[in-house]
Design a protein around this ligand. Structure first.
Ligand SMILES: *[C@@H]1O[C@H](CO)[C@@H](O)[C@H](O)[C@H]1NC(C)=O
Ligand SMILES: [Ca+2]
Ligand SMILES: [Ca+2]
Length: 380
């Protein structure tokens, strides 16, 4: 499910084409290798985890399955004194943060499912107390930021971003040249950006409560900085994901669907041909869909991938560390959690120990973020 990266030249067309050709070659490797622990030692191809979604634009799937966990379903009754301003505010847009206690936890795993991603070894990591956004940053949150600052994202500057082929309208697909269309899952779509996740003929206006997409690592840092926050380190993200549980696969435990319930927005069906949307969503879900983990954090795995602060590396010391921040330099940044396109057969990366990477200027239709902070912004 990893999104493809922009070329090392930072989006030059020649670089992009080279990357696409490389991705095509990598994509032509035998399928299933990624999930089974391909140990070729090849750096994880940034497009290898592409899970094409044959979805019509705008078709977000039925919301029935996850509705019961949504804010609407759990909202308190009407305020007895609504006050003088009856303006319809469909839902609160809390960039709500939750406090996480300082702690010592086991990061990574000695039973890696995708070894070449550097999931191993298990190592003891201590983190100081910090705050974490309860939700992925939503389109409404990002709109507020753009309204206030006039910020232009990298996808808007480059003029395109990566979208899964299956999410595109025929009209948009027709405009993509053949050489690129030969890469089966990910297509660089002109005019795709956070406002138009599937290209110019799509909009976020009916899904402002969904995670913002098509934001690069640089965009994410700009947003968090504006909000008085920062990106979480990978260690903080994984500590938050685990919700106080030790040695579990998922934020809620080891069973993917306890009591038959869906706990995350993933892919059901035979990837990539069919996307049943059994969990209620074929594309993204509202940032408050599905049950939170024990720390009160929503959609840590699934829905949108989330950028973290760290540079990417696959070799880790087993020594115990305090507040590790990853390698001092690198080419790619770490992203965590997998997305709505992840299926075990192809992209078993919706586990707390799983990880992937992209260049910091990359953006795609399944990649978002949330922020962390040492102190509550505006407090004190
Ligand atoms: C951003 O500005 C637009 C246009 O003025 C407005 O419709 C929208 O509600 C604003 N968004 C937020 C989150 O304030
Ligand atoms: Ca889903
Ligand atoms: Ca997520």
């Amino acid at each position: 499910m990893a999104a493809p990266a922009r070329g090392p030249t930072g989006g030059s067309r020649a670089g992009l084409r080279l990357v696409l050709v490389l991705q095509l070659l990598l994509l032509l490797r035998p399928r299933g290798a990624a999930a089974g622990g391909d140990e070729t030692g090849v750096a994880t191809p940034t497009g290898a985890c592409g899970c094409g979604t044959p979805q019509r634009p705008g078709a977000q799937g039925s919301t029935a399955a996850a509705h019961r966990y949504s804010w609407e379903a759990n909202a308190p009754g009407p305020d007895p004194d609504p006050g003088p301003d009856p303006s319809p505010d469909p839902r609160p847009q809390p960039a709500k943060m939750v406090p996480l206690p300082a702690g010592l936890f086991t990061m990574g795993t000695d039973e890696p499912q995708i070894r070449q991603d550097g999931e191993a070894p298990a190592r003891r990591v201590a983190v100081d107390a910090f705050y974490m956004d309860a939700f992925e940053v939503s389109n409404a949150d990002f709109q507020k930021f753009v309204n206030a600052t006039g910020y232009v994202t990298e996808a808007e500057k480059f003029g395109d971003s990566f979208v899964f082929e299956g999410m595109l309208s025929e009209h948009v697909k027709m405009g993509i040249n053949q050489a690129v269309a030969a890469a089966p899952w990910w297509l660089p779509v002109k005019g795709a950006n956070w406002r138009h996740p599937e290209g110019p003929d799509s909009t976020v206006l009916h899904r402002l409560d969904h995670p913002v997409l098509h934001v690069s690592w640089n965009d994410a840092v700009a947003y968090c900085t504006w909000a008085g926050k920062r990106l979480p380190t990978e260690a903080e993200w994984e500590y938050a994901c685990r919700g106080g549980l030790e040695n579990r696969l998922f934020p809620w435990g080891n069973k993917l669907q306890p009591r038959g319930q869906h706990y995350a927005n993933l892919w059901q069906g035979k990837f990539p041909a069919s996307n049943t949307g059994e969990d209620g969503f074929r594309g993204t879900a509202p940032v408050d869909a599905f049950p939170p983990n024990a720390y009160g954090l929503y959609n840590m795995v699934g829905n949108a991938w989330e950028w973290t602060w760290d540079w990417w590396a696959v070799h880790h010391s087993t020594e115990e560390t305090l507040n590790p921040k990853g390698p001092p330099s690198g080419k790619d940044r770490v992203k965590k959690g997998g997305s709505y396109m992840c299926h075990k057969s192809y992209c078993y990366r919706y586990r707390c120990a799983a990880r992937s990477q992209n260049t910091p200027d990359s953006s795609a239709s399944n990649l978002g973020f949330r922020c962390a902070a040492d102190l509550l912004p505006g407090a004190g």
